[in-house]
Design a protein around this ligand. Structure first.
Ligand code: NAP
Length: 246
């Protein structure tokens, strides 16, 4: 596991947006960031799941989160810009942006992948992170020490048969991270890095490996050290890196 012990107040006064915050790794990231003092902005497509995370954070007495339902598949640029305006009015800045939401999509030989499924997956896994990052730039610039985290995968670093558009979208995400990080390097207060979670006990993992005993893999909460590290001040000089959670 990535070796980092986060102090309890690591993210105090920070505002952190997480996509796909209602389930799996995104949910764990939201709970963990809130437990370390951040005001978290919960973005996702299923309101009831976001509400459950909101309630859990409130019950624990952590900073009050914000719920922003957004379907990354159907959202248009104006929706992302409206979200940015809303966050500007409420918080005035964004210290952390975690591009976590993702679809697994079809895992079949490339020639069998339906074009419609390819386009749907690219919309969620790569186009939405691009447009969301663009929309959040004024808010990220308004934060003294902003960190953007792209959640990738091992198949986004080395291609693998039958991983189809998912693998290709993660390569694109790594590319977006690298280009963006290089542009920010030495010119802004913003850094960007990617994280490969590794096999983690979520519904996406279960869908990808239906025969695997779930307890073989760590819980999402177990892989949080690398996220906390990247979202807090200790990673200030880390930019353009591809990190592993495990
Ligand atoms: P998950 O449990 O399936 O969670 C994915 C989250 O993304 C859910 O909250 C889901 O919302 C959200 N989402 C999907 N489509 C969306 C859309 N159109 N608009 C808004 N939100 C959407 O998967 P996970 O395992 O936590 O995966 C999180 C990230 O880690 C993904 O980027 C994945 O590729 C990456 N990853 C996971 C593993 C692993 O072993 N688990 C390994 C490598 C990489 P709903 O709850 O509404 O469905």
């Amino acid at each position: 596991m990535f070796d980092y012990n986060a102090p309890a107040d690591l993210l105090k006064d920070r505002v952190i947006l997480i996509t796909g915050a209602g389930d799996g790794i995104g949910r764990a990231c939201a709970l963990s960031c809130a437990a370390h003092g951040a005001s978290v902005v919960l973005v996702g497509r299923t309101l009831s799941k976001l509400e459950a995370v909101y309630d859990e954070i409130e019950a624990a007495g952590h900073p009050q989160p914000a719920i922003c339902p957004l379907n990354l598949e159907t959202a248009v640029e104006k929706d992302f810009n409206d979200l940015a305006d809303q966050l500007f009015d409420t918080f005035g800045k964004l210290d952390g942006l975690v591009h976590n939401a993702g679809l697994l999509g079809p895992r079949t030989p490339m020639e069998s992948v339906k074009t419609e499924a390819w386009l749907q997956l690219m919309q969620v896994n790569i186009n939405a992170p691009f447009v969301l990052t663009k929309a959040m730039m004024p808010l990220l610039r308004a934060a003294p020490d902003a960190s953007v985290v792209f959640v990738s995968s091992s198949v986004g670093r080395k291609g693998k048969a039958y991983w189809g558009p998912y693998a290709v979208s993660k390569f694109a995400l790594e590319g977006l991270m690298q280009v963006f990080a290089d542009e920010q390097d030495g010119t802004s207060n913003i850094r960007a890095n990617s994280v490969n979670p590794g096999a983690t006990r979520t519904s996406m993992r279960a869908a990808a490996y239906p025969g695997e005993p779930p307890e073989k893999n760590p819980e999402p909460a177990d892989i949080m050290p690398v996220f906390l590290y990247l979202l807090g001040p200790d990673s200030k000089t880390i930019n353009g890196q591809a990190l592993d959670a495990q």
